[in-house]
Design a protein around this ligand. Structure first.
Ligand code: PLP
Length: 437
Protein backbone atom coordinates (compact mmCIF):
# COMPACT_ATOMS: atom_id res chain seq x y z
CA UNK A 1 0.00 0.00 0.00
CA UNK A 2 1.62 3.26 -1.11
CA UNK A 3 1.80 6.44 0.92
CA UNK A 4 2.27 9.66 -1.03
CA UNK A 5 3.33 12.78 0.88
CA UNK A 6 1.48 15.87 -0.24
CA UNK A 7 2.15 19.55 -0.07
CA UNK A 8 -1.05 21.46 0.41
CA UNK A 9 -1.46 24.04 -2.32
CA UNK A 10 -4.88 25.59 -2.39
CA UNK A 11 -6.53 25.15 -5.75
CA UNK A 12 -10.02 25.89 -7.00
CA UNK A 13 -12.55 23.29 -5.99
CA UNK A 14 -15.23 21.90 -8.23
CA UNK A 15 -18.74 21.63 -6.86
CA UNK A 16 -20.02 18.11 -6.46
CA UNK A 17 -23.56 19.34 -6.18
CA UNK A 18 -24.28 20.87 -9.56
CA UNK A 19 -26.97 18.42 -10.63
CA UNK A 20 -29.01 17.57 -7.58
CA UNK A 21 -30.94 14.36 -8.13
CA UNK A 22 -34.66 14.56 -7.45
CA UNK A 23 -35.72 12.82 -4.26
CA UNK A 24 -37.75 9.69 -4.88
CA UNK A 25 -39.67 7.89 -2.14
CA UNK A 26 -37.99 4.71 -0.96
CA UNK A 27 -39.50 1.47 -2.23
CA UNK A 28 -42.82 2.91 -3.41
CA UNK A 29 -41.28 4.14 -6.64
CA UNK A 30 -38.09 2.30 -6.72
CA UNK A 31 -37.07 -0.07 -9.36
CA UNK A 32 -36.80 -3.44 -7.65
CA UNK A 33 -34.26 -4.77 -10.12
CA UNK A 34 -32.73 -4.98 -7.51
CA UNK A 35 0.30 12.52 23.12
CA UNK A 36 0.39 15.38 23.34
CA UNK A 37 4.21 14.97 23.09
CA UNK A 38 4.56 11.68 21.26
CA UNK A 39 1.98 12.48 18.66
CA UNK A 40 3.08 15.86 17.34
CA UNK A 41 5.77 14.71 14.89
CA UNK A 42 3.98 11.65 13.63
CA UNK A 43 0.69 13.31 12.90
CA UNK A 44 1.84 16.49 11.29
CA UNK A 45 1.83 15.41 7.64
CA UNK A 46 -0.90 14.59 5.18
CA UNK A 47 -0.65 11.39 3.23
CA UNK A 48 -2.63 9.45 0.67
CA UNK A 49 -2.97 5.72 1.10
CA UNK A 50 -3.55 4.28 -2.32
CA UNK A 51 -5.40 0.99 -2.31
CA UNK A 52 -3.10 -1.90 -3.10
CA UNK A 53 -2.99 -3.28 -6.58
CA UNK A 54 -1.38 -6.41 -7.88
CA UNK A 55 -1.05 -6.71 -11.66
CA UNK A 56 -3.15 -9.49 -13.21
CA UNK A 57 0.04 -11.31 -14.18
CA UNK A 58 1.04 -11.57 -10.53
CA UNK A 59 -1.54 -14.25 -9.88
CA UNK A 60 -0.05 -16.37 -12.65
CA UNK A 61 3.41 -15.85 -11.20
CA UNK A 62 2.18 -16.95 -7.81
CA UNK A 63 0.88 -20.11 -9.42
CA UNK A 64 4.23 -20.70 -11.05
CA UNK A 65 5.89 -20.11 -7.71
CA UNK A 66 4.22 -23.31 -6.52
CA UNK A 67 1.20 -21.84 -4.71
CA UNK A 68 -2.14 -23.64 -4.76
CA UNK A 69 -3.39 -24.43 -8.24
CA UNK A 70 -5.90 -26.47 -10.15
CA UNK A 71 -4.10 -29.17 -12.14
CA UNK A 72 -6.46 -29.29 -15.10
CA UNK A 73 -6.97 -25.52 -15.56
CA UNK A 74 -3.52 -24.45 -14.48
CA UNK A 75 -4.86 -21.37 -12.67
CA UNK A 76 -4.79 -20.20 -9.10
CA UNK A 77 -8.06 -19.31 -7.40
CA UNK A 78 -6.81 -15.92 -6.31
CA UNK A 79 -6.54 -14.84 -9.94
CA UNK A 80 -10.32 -14.41 -9.75
CA UNK A 81 -10.04 -11.94 -6.88
CA UNK A 82 -10.18 -8.25 -7.73
CA UNK A 83 -6.60 -6.95 -7.89
CA UNK A 84 -6.99 -4.27 -5.23
CA UNK A 85 -8.31 -6.85 -2.75
CA UNK A 86 -5.42 -9.25 -3.12
CA UNK A 87 -3.22 -7.20 -0.86
CA UNK A 88 -5.96 -5.99 1.49
CA UNK A 89 -4.91 -6.14 5.12
CA UNK A 90 -7.72 -7.86 7.05
CA UNK A 91 -9.61 -5.79 9.65
CA UNK A 92 -8.49 -6.71 13.15
CA UNK A 93 -11.63 -7.60 15.05
CA UNK A 94 -11.66 -8.48 18.74
CA UNK A 95 -11.59 -12.15 19.75
CA UNK A 96 -15.00 -13.83 20.22
CA UNK A 97 -15.89 -13.98 23.92
CA UNK A 98 -15.78 -17.82 24.04
CA UNK A 99 -12.38 -17.94 22.33
CA UNK A 100 -11.05 -15.31 24.72
CA UNK A 101 -12.46 -17.26 27.65
CA UNK A 102 -10.74 -20.47 26.51
CA UNK A 103 -7.47 -18.64 25.87
CA UNK A 104 -7.44 -16.96 29.28
CA UNK A 105 -8.70 -20.08 31.03
CA UNK A 106 -11.46 -18.02 32.67
CA UNK A 107 -15.23 -18.19 32.53
CA UNK A 108 -16.67 -15.37 30.36
CA UNK A 109 -18.32 -13.87 33.45
CA UNK A 110 -14.91 -13.68 35.16
CA UNK A 111 -13.41 -11.55 32.37
CA UNK A 112 -13.40 -7.79 32.84
CA UNK A 113 -13.99 -6.80 29.24
CA UNK A 114 -13.03 -3.18 28.73
CA UNK A 115 -11.59 -3.41 25.22
CA UNK A 116 -14.44 -2.86 22.73
CA UNK A 117 -16.63 -0.06 24.12
CA UNK A 118 -19.53 -2.45 24.63
CA UNK A 119 -22.30 -1.53 27.05
CA UNK A 120 -21.78 -3.83 30.07
CA UNK A 121 -25.38 -3.40 31.25
CA UNK A 122 -26.81 -5.01 28.14
CA UNK A 123 -30.28 -4.25 26.83
CA UNK A 124 -33.46 -3.72 28.89
CA UNK A 125 -35.44 -6.85 29.95
CA UNK A 126 -38.06 -6.15 27.26
CA UNK A 127 -35.48 -7.18 24.64
CA UNK A 128 -35.16 -10.69 26.06
CA UNK A 129 -38.96 -10.98 26.29
CA UNK A 130 -39.36 -9.81 22.68
CA UNK A 131 -36.74 -12.27 21.45
CA UNK A 132 -38.44 -15.12 23.32
CA UNK A 133 -41.82 -14.14 21.90
CA UNK A 134 -40.70 -13.97 18.26
CA UNK A 135 -43.43 -15.70 16.25
CA UNK A 136 -42.11 -15.77 12.71
CA UNK A 137 -38.34 -16.22 12.70
CA UNK A 138 -38.77 -18.43 9.64
CA UNK A 139 -40.19 -15.56 7.57
CA UNK A 140 -37.84 -13.02 5.96
CA UNK A 141 -37.70 -9.68 7.77
CA UNK A 142 -39.28 -6.42 6.62
CA UNK A 143 -36.80 -5.03 4.06
CA UNK A 144 -37.84 -1.52 5.05
CA UNK A 145 -37.63 -2.10 8.84
CA UNK A 146 -40.87 -0.09 9.07
CA UNK A 147 -41.60 -0.62 12.78
CA UNK A 148 -38.09 0.29 13.79
CA UNK A 149 -37.88 3.32 11.51
CA UNK A 150 -41.17 4.61 12.92
CA UNK A 151 -39.84 4.14 16.46
CA UNK A 152 -36.58 5.87 15.51
CA UNK A 153 -38.50 8.79 14.00
CA UNK A 154 -40.21 9.27 17.34
CA UNK A 155 -36.94 8.85 19.21
CA UNK A 156 -34.99 11.31 17.05
CA UNK A 157 -37.61 13.82 15.91
CA UNK A 158 -36.65 13.16 12.28
CA UNK A 159 -39.18 11.75 9.81
CA UNK A 160 -38.76 8.06 9.01
CA UNK A 161 -38.23 8.67 5.29
CA UNK A 162 -34.84 10.16 6.20
CA UNK A 163 -33.87 7.05 8.19
CA UNK A 164 -32.33 3.80 6.99
CA UNK A 165 -31.40 0.89 9.25
CA UNK A 166 -28.44 -1.43 8.81
CA UNK A 167 -26.65 -4.44 10.21
CA UNK A 168 -24.70 -2.17 12.54
CA UNK A 169 -23.38 1.26 11.63
CA UNK A 170 -20.56 -0.74 10.06
CA UNK A 171 -22.83 -1.95 7.28
CA UNK A 172 -23.96 1.59 6.57
CA UNK A 173 -20.37 2.85 6.29
CA UNK A 174 -19.71 0.23 3.63
CA UNK A 175 -23.05 0.83 1.91
CA UNK A 176 -22.38 4.57 1.68
CA UNK A 177 -18.97 3.91 0.15
CA UNK A 178 -20.43 1.42 -2.32
CA UNK A 179 -22.98 4.01 -3.42
CA UNK A 180 -20.60 6.99 -3.56
CA UNK A 181 -17.14 5.84 -4.54
CA UNK A 182 -15.78 4.81 -7.90
CA UNK A 183 -12.54 2.81 -7.74
CA UNK A 184 -9.76 5.40 -7.51
CA UNK A 185 -11.93 8.02 -5.77
CA UNK A 186 -10.57 9.56 -2.59
CA UNK A 187 -11.94 9.87 0.93
CA UNK A 188 -10.60 12.07 3.73
CA UNK A 189 -9.85 10.32 7.01
CA UNK A 190 -8.71 12.16 10.17
CA UNK A 191 -6.65 9.75 12.27
CA UNK A 192 -6.46 8.68 14.93
CA UNK A 193 -10.05 7.58 14.47
CA UNK A 194 -12.24 4.54 13.86
CA UNK A 195 -10.22 2.40 11.46
CA UNK A 196 -13.28 1.01 9.67
CA UNK A 197 -13.36 4.01 7.31
CA UNK A 198 -9.88 3.25 6.01
CA UNK A 199 -10.62 -0.46 5.79
CA UNK A 200 -13.88 -0.02 3.86
CA UNK A 201 -12.25 2.49 1.54
CA UNK A 202 -9.63 -0.12 0.67
CA UNK A 203 -12.32 -2.75 0.09
CA UNK A 204 -14.08 -0.33 -2.24
CA UNK A 205 -10.94 0.47 -4.20
CA UNK A 206 -10.71 4.05 -2.95
CA UNK A 207 -7.65 5.99 -1.78
CA UNK A 208 -7.46 7.52 1.67
CA UNK A 209 -6.20 11.09 2.08
CA UNK A 210 -5.16 11.40 5.71
CA UNK A 211 -5.44 14.70 7.54
CA UNK A 212 -4.21 13.84 11.03
CA UNK A 213 -5.89 15.41 14.03
CA UNK A 214 -3.96 18.03 15.99
CA UNK A 215 -2.10 17.09 19.17
CA UNK A 216 -5.24 17.78 21.24
CA UNK A 217 -7.17 15.49 18.86
CA UNK A 218 -9.19 18.36 17.38
CA UNK A 219 -9.74 18.44 13.62
CA UNK A 220 -7.33 20.38 11.44
CA UNK A 221 -10.08 22.17 9.55
CA UNK A 222 -7.74 24.42 7.54
CA UNK A 223 -5.82 21.43 6.29
CA UNK A 224 -9.00 19.58 5.46
CA UNK A 225 -10.08 22.57 3.32
CA UNK A 226 -6.70 22.60 1.54
CA UNK A 227 -6.86 18.89 0.84
CA UNK A 228 -10.40 19.14 -0.47
CA UNK A 229 -9.31 21.88 -2.88
CA UNK A 230 -6.22 20.03 -3.97
CA UNK A 231 -7.26 16.38 -4.01
CA UNK A 232 -10.99 16.68 -4.69
CA UNK A 233 -12.01 13.79 -2.42
CA UNK A 234 -15.57 12.57 -2.69
CA UNK A 235 -16.31 12.35 1.03
CA UNK A 236 -14.98 12.75 4.56
CA UNK A 237 -15.63 10.58 7.59
CA UNK A 238 -15.87 12.44 10.91
CA UNK A 239 -16.50 10.92 14.32
CA UNK A 240 -18.02 12.76 17.26
CA UNK A 241 -17.28 11.74 19.94
CA UNK A 242 -14.16 10.41 18.29
CA UNK A 243 -12.98 6.88 18.86
CA UNK A 244 -10.34 6.48 20.41
CA UNK A 245 -9.94 9.78 22.33
CA UNK A 246 -13.53 10.79 23.07
CA UNK A 247 -13.28 14.38 21.79
CA UNK A 248 -16.23 16.06 20.09
CA UNK A 249 -16.58 18.23 16.99
CA UNK A 250 -18.03 21.67 17.63
CA UNK A 251 -20.64 23.33 15.43
CA UNK A 252 -18.15 25.85 13.99
CA UNK A 253 -15.78 23.19 12.71
CA UNK A 254 -18.59 21.04 11.36
CA UNK A 255 -20.26 23.94 9.56
CA UNK A 256 -16.95 24.92 7.94
CA UNK A 257 -16.51 21.38 6.67
CA UNK A 258 -20.11 21.23 5.48
CA UNK A 259 -19.37 24.29 3.35
CA UNK A 260 -16.81 22.29 1.38
CA UNK A 261 -17.80 20.47 -1.80
CA UNK A 262 -17.82 16.93 -0.41
CA UNK A 263 -20.10 14.48 1.33
CA UNK A 264 -19.71 14.60 5.12
CA UNK A 265 -20.42 11.38 7.01
CA UNK A 266 -20.71 12.18 10.71
CA UNK A 267 -20.45 9.06 12.86
CA UNK A 268 -22.29 9.55 16.16
CA UNK A 269 -21.90 6.00 17.49
CA UNK A 270 -21.22 7.40 20.99
CA UNK A 271 -23.32 10.59 20.98
CA UNK A 272 -25.50 9.48 23.91
CA UNK A 273 -22.56 9.73 26.31
CA UNK A 274 -21.62 13.25 25.25
CA UNK A 275 -24.54 15.15 26.75
CA UNK A 276 -24.96 16.80 23.34
CA UNK A 277 -27.82 16.60 20.92
CA UNK A 278 -27.50 14.41 17.85
CA UNK A 279 -27.19 16.22 14.53
CA UNK A 280 -29.52 13.77 12.81
CA UNK A 281 -32.00 16.55 12.04
CA UNK A 282 -29.30 18.59 10.28
CA UNK A 283 -29.70 16.32 7.26
CA UNK A 284 -32.81 18.31 6.34
CA UNK A 285 -30.72 21.46 5.97
CA UNK A 286 -27.52 20.01 4.54
CA UNK A 287 -27.67 18.06 1.29
CA UNK A 288 -24.12 16.80 1.87
CA UNK A 289 -24.55 15.41 5.40
CA UNK A 290 -25.16 11.86 6.60
CA UNK A 291 -25.34 11.07 10.33
CA UNK A 292 -24.77 7.52 11.61
CA UNK A 293 -25.81 6.06 14.95
CA UNK A 294 -26.01 2.63 16.55
CA UNK A 295 -27.82 0.49 19.12
CA UNK A 296 -24.54 -1.22 20.00
CA UNK A 297 -23.53 1.32 22.63
CA UNK A 298 -26.70 3.10 23.73
CA UNK A 299 -28.79 -0.05 24.08
CA UNK A 300 -26.26 -2.83 24.68
CA UNK A 301 -27.13 -4.56 21.41
CA UNK A 302 -23.67 -4.90 19.84
CA UNK A 303 -24.20 -8.64 19.32
CA UNK A 304 -27.51 -8.18 17.52
CA UNK A 305 -26.12 -5.69 14.98
CA UNK A 306 -28.41 -2.70 14.54
CA UNK A 307 -27.24 0.68 13.32
CA UNK A 308 -29.10 3.50 11.65
CA UNK A 309 -28.46 6.59 9.64
CA UNK A 310 -30.10 9.91 8.83
CA UNK A 311 -29.84 10.95 5.19
CA UNK A 312 -31.01 13.74 2.90
CA UNK A 313 -33.83 12.41 0.69
CA UNK A 314 -31.70 12.95 -2.41
CA UNK A 315 -29.15 10.43 -1.11
CA UNK A 316 -31.23 7.87 0.78
CA UNK A 317 -33.05 6.85 -2.40
CA UNK A 318 -29.89 5.28 -3.78
CA UNK A 319 -29.02 3.49 -0.56
CA UNK A 320 -32.45 1.87 -0.63
CA UNK A 321 -31.72 0.63 -4.14
CA UNK A 322 -28.27 -0.72 -3.32
CA UNK A 323 -28.75 -2.25 0.11
CA UNK A 324 -29.26 -5.97 0.68
CA UNK A 325 -33.05 -6.36 1.01
CA UNK A 326 -32.95 -8.35 4.26
CA UNK A 327 -30.03 -6.62 5.95
CA UNK A 328 -31.75 -6.23 9.34
CA UNK A 329 -32.83 -9.55 10.85
CA UNK A 330 -36.15 -10.13 12.59
CA UNK A 331 -34.26 -10.59 15.87
CA UNK A 332 -32.38 -7.32 15.38
CA UNK A 333 -35.51 -5.33 14.59
CA UNK A 334 -37.65 -6.66 17.46
CA UNK A 335 -34.74 -6.12 19.87
CA UNK A 336 -34.17 -2.52 18.82
CA UNK A 337 -37.91 -1.73 18.98
CA UNK A 338 -38.16 -3.30 22.44
CA UNK A 339 -35.10 -1.34 23.63
CA UNK A 340 -36.59 1.97 22.47
CA UNK A 341 -39.77 1.22 24.41
CA UNK A 342 -37.85 1.38 27.68
CA UNK A 343 -36.32 4.82 27.39
CA UNK A 344 -36.08 5.08 31.20
CA UNK A 345 -33.70 2.10 31.23
CA UNK A 346 -31.58 3.53 28.40
CA UNK A 347 -31.33 6.83 30.29
CA UNK A 348 -30.45 5.12 33.58
CA UNK A 349 -27.69 3.07 31.97
CA UNK A 350 -26.29 6.12 30.18
CA UNK A 351 -26.20 8.13 33.43
CA UNK A 352 -24.49 5.22 35.21
CA UNK A 353 -21.82 5.01 32.49
CA UNK A 354 -21.21 8.76 32.40
CA UNK A 355 -20.83 8.84 36.21
CA UNK A 356 -18.51 5.87 36.09
CA UNK A 357 -16.46 7.52 33.33
CA UNK A 358 -15.77 10.47 35.64
CA UNK A 359 -14.80 8.16 38.53
CA UNK A 360 -12.58 6.07 36.24
CA UNK A 361 -10.90 9.21 34.88
CA UNK A 362 -9.99 10.40 38.39
CA UNK A 363 -8.65 6.96 39.34
CA UNK A 364 -6.59 6.62 36.14
CA UNK A 365 -5.05 10.02 36.82
CA UNK A 366 -3.58 8.59 40.01
CA UNK A 367 -1.76 5.82 38.15
CA UNK A 368 1.88 6.98 37.84
CA UNK A 369 2.37 5.63 34.31
CA UNK A 370 -0.92 6.77 32.74
CA UNK A 371 -2.11 10.12 31.43
CA UNK A 372 -5.83 9.84 30.74
CA UNK A 373 -7.60 12.18 28.31
CA UNK A 374 -10.94 13.71 29.25
CA UNK A 375 -13.66 11.95 27.25
CA UNK A 376 -17.22 12.61 26.10
CA UNK A 377 -17.72 8.92 25.41
CA UNK A 378 -17.85 5.53 27.13
CA UNK A 379 -14.08 5.02 26.94
CA UNK A 380 -10.92 6.82 28.04
CA UNK A 381 -7.70 7.04 26.05
CA UNK A 382 -4.52 6.97 28.15
CA UNK A 383 -0.97 7.78 27.21
CA UNK A 384 1.38 5.22 28.74
CA UNK A 385 4.44 6.94 30.25
CA UNK A 386 7.32 6.49 32.70
CA UNK A 387 9.03 3.75 30.71
CA UNK A 388 6.01 1.44 30.84
CA UNK A 389 5.30 -0.31 27.53
CA UNK A 390 1.68 0.00 26.37
CA UNK A 391 1.58 -3.41 24.69
CA UNK A 392 3.07 -5.14 27.73
CA UNK A 393 0.60 -3.32 29.96
CA UNK A 394 -2.26 -4.70 27.89
CA UNK A 395 -0.76 -8.20 28.01
CA UNK A 396 -0.10 -8.11 31.77
CA UNK A 397 -3.66 -7.00 32.44
CA UNK A 398 -5.12 -9.65 30.15
CA UNK A 399 -3.24 -12.35 32.08
CA UNK A 400 -5.11 -11.06 35.13
CA UNK A 401 -8.43 -11.27 33.25
CA UNK A 402 -8.77 -7.57 32.42
CA UNK A 403 -9.02 -6.70 28.73
CA UNK A 404 -8.13 -3.22 27.50
CA UNK A 405 -7.38 -1.99 23.97
CA UNK A 406 -3.86 -1.50 22.69
CA UNK A 407 -3.05 -0.26 19.18
CA UNK A 408 -0.70 -1.77 16.65
CA UNK A 409 -0.43 1.39 14.54
CA UNK A 410 2.54 3.65 15.13
CA UNK A 411 0.39 6.73 15.84
CA UNK A 412 -1.09 5.13 18.94
CA UNK A 413 1.50 2.54 19.93
CA UNK A 414 2.15 4.33 23.23
CA UNK A 415 -1.53 4.49 24.17
CA UNK A 416 -4.22 2.26 25.58
CA UNK A 417 -7.97 2.74 25.58
CA UNK A 418 -10.14 1.63 28.48
CA UNK A 419 -13.90 1.22 28.04
CA UNK A 420 -16.11 2.41 30.87
CA UNK A 421 -17.62 -0.56 32.68
CA UNK A 422 -19.64 -1.18 35.82
CA UNK A 423 -18.19 0.14 39.13
CA UNK A 424 -17.00 -3.35 40.09
CA UNK A 425 -15.15 -3.63 36.76
CA UNK A 426 -13.40 -0.32 37.43
CA UNK A 427 -12.44 -1.64 40.88
CA UNK A 428 -11.03 -4.85 39.36
CA UNK A 429 -9.03 -2.85 36.80
CA UNK A 430 -7.59 -0.56 39.48
CA UNK A 431 -6.65 -3.53 41.67
CA UNK A 432 -4.72 -5.09 38.77
CA UNK A 433 -3.08 -1.78 37.81
CA UNK A 434 -1.90 -1.39 41.40
CA UNK A 435 -0.09 -4.75 41.12
CA UNK A 436 2.02 -3.10 38.40
CA UNK A 437 3.35 -0.17 40.42
C1 PLP B 1 -16.95 5.31 15.78
C2 PLP B 1 -17.65 4.00 15.57
N1 PLP B 1 -18.59 3.91 14.61
C3 PLP B 1 -19.24 2.76 14.38
C4 PLP B 1 -18.98 1.63 15.13
C5 PLP B 1 -19.67 0.35 14.79
O1 PLP B 1 -21.00 0.37 15.22
P1 PLP B 1 -21.90 -0.90 14.99
O2 PLP B 1 -21.68 -1.83 16.14
O3 PLP B 1 -23.29 -0.34 14.95
O4 PLP B 1 -21.49 -1.51 13.68
C6 PLP B 1 -18.02 1.68 16.15
C7 PLP B 1 -17.75 0.47 16.94
O5 PLP B 1 -16.97 0.40 17.85
C8 PLP B 1 -17.34 2.90 16.37
O6 PLP B 1 -16.38 2.99 17.30
Amino acid sequence: MGVIELCCNTASSASLFVDKPKPICPFSQRNRQSSRSKRGGLLSSISIMASSTVPASAAVNEKEDGKQGNCSLNISGDSFIRPHLRKLKPYQPILPFEVLSARLGRKPEDIVKLDANENPYGPPPEVFEALGAMKFPYIYPDPESRRLRAALAEDSGLESEHILVGCGADELIDLIMRCVLEPGDKIVDCPPTFTMYEFDAAVNGASVVKVPRKSDFSLDVERIAQVVAQEKPKCIFLTSPNNPDGSIIGDDALLKILDLPLLVVLDEAYIEFSGLESRMRWVKKHENLIVLRTFSKRAGLAGLRVGYGAFPLSIIEYLWRAKQPYNVSVAAEVSACAALKNSAYLEEVKVALVQERERLYKLLKEVPFLIPYPSYSNFILCEVTSGMDAKKLKEDLSKMGVMIRHYNNKELSGYVRVSVGKPEQTDALMKCLKCLF
